[in-house]
Design a protein around this ligand. Structure first.
Ligand code: 1DF
Ligand code: MN
Length: 347
């Protein structure tokens, strides 16, 4: 038997979830005491925490493992490297002091693991937006001292969005460090979740995209990217639906600005679509489907779209094969799987 030719690219998966046992214990305590007001948290983690199905039990274990099991799962699907992101909702459900301390210990533990397996893992910092100045400091420490590659924010923080200027020290730090902010999904905020919940539409099926797409649009129309023009934001799930809306968002936004309808909308230097093309990057987490990927590559450029698996939540070997078979030139495929991630995250 002849051996297949070596692959011409590394497969780097860029939205891979992990958690510390310590964080999970905090989640279990919230589930037991019902101590926070976040229906989406109970919907998402109640399912895992009570291990209600074999799939939930399995995910619950895999998300906490950074050792042999994860590495052999990566080998089984041909993933060379994972970029690790603290799973949703990260530390964003706790009080500010608890969240700030947990972010620090989480980043330290992530760094220790990466140093054991530097060719297999890289990671983003977790921060607590509840304490924005401490979050900015922790991002600086994570990048400059720990070697982490950016920061993950799991969408809303107790119903608040990062377009509120009180959070902008985080963006200032990210821009100054030249590292990306990955806005990862969370379940819809308490203000908007009711009609999702009653039909189980709150998580990956649609609610995540509604929540995270809204968050990204709030950032754009609030002027975040006029204030921080070099800020880089990453969206998973091929942009949480926004690329499909590009034309209509521009058309409607222009009308809203002209009508002077609200203090919340001021003129921007550019069209919303310009920011989505110039400040944003897109990963394929959960969307391993050629028509959508080709569409986003066509709109945003081949240098802005990169591979993500969304391990362990979407751990499917056939999807990797489908991505290998995307209709791309050799050069484009290497950008998609490897070099776009290396460039953006400085791997
Ligand atoms: C799921 C998906 C759960 C994602 C997640 O966090 C999550 C899921 C608990 O499918 O159960 O972050 N996701 O990124 O799509
Ligand atoms: Mn994810």
């Amino acid at each position: 038997m002849s051996t297949p030719p070596p692959r011409a690219y590394k497969r780097i998966a860029t939205e891979e979830a992990w958690a510390t046992p310590e964080l999970i214990q905090h989640y279990v305590k919230i589930l037991e005491t019902r101590s926070i007001n976040d229906p989406g948290f109970y919907s998402l983690w109640g399912f895992f925490g009570k291990s209600q199905t074999p799939r939930a039990r399995d995910l619950f274990e895999r998300v906490q493992d950074l050792g042999e099991r994860r590495l052999s799962d990566m080998d089984a699907t041909g993933i060379d490297m994972q970029l690790l992101l603290l799973t949703a909702p990260g530390v964003q459900v706790f009080d500010a002091a608890t969240a700030t301390a947990l972010a620090i210990s989480t980043n330290d533990q992530l760094t220790a693991t990466i140093r054991q397996h530097p060719s297999r893992y890289a990671g983003l910092a977790a921060v607590a937006p509840q304490a924005p100045q401490a979050a900015a400091k922790e991002l600086e420490r994570s990048v400059n001292q720990l070697g982490l590659k950016g920061v993950v924010i799991n969408s809303h923080t107790q119903g608040e969005y990062l377009d509120d200027e009180k959070f902008w020290d985080i963006f200032a730090a990210a821009e100054a460090l030249d590292v990306p902010v990955y806005i990862h999904p969370n379940t819809p905020s308490p203000q908007m979740i009711a009609p999702f919940l009653s039909r189980c539409l709150d998580a990956g099926i649609y609610g995540f995209a509604a929540e995270t797409g809204l968050h990204a649009l709030r950032l754009i129309v609030s002027g975040v990217f006029d204030r921080f023009p070099k800020l880089k934001v990453v969206l998973g799930h091929l942009g949480e639906g926004l690329p499909y809306w590009l034309y209509r968002i521009d058309f409607m936004h222009a009308g809203i600005v002209r009508s002077n309808r609200s203090e919340g909308v001021k003129p921007l230097k550019k069209k919303p679509s310009d920011y989505l093309r110039e400040n944003f990057y897109y990963t394929t987490s959960g969307m391993p489907w050629e028509p959508s990927i080709s569409f986003v590559q066509k709109l945003m450029g081949h240098d802005r779209v990169m591979y993500a698996m969304d391990y362990p939540y979407q751990y499917v070997a056939e999807e990797v094969t489908a991505m290998d078979n995307l209709p791309l030139s050799a050069e484009q495929k290497k950008m998609f799987f490897q070099t776009n991630a290396e460039t953006l995250f400085k791997l």
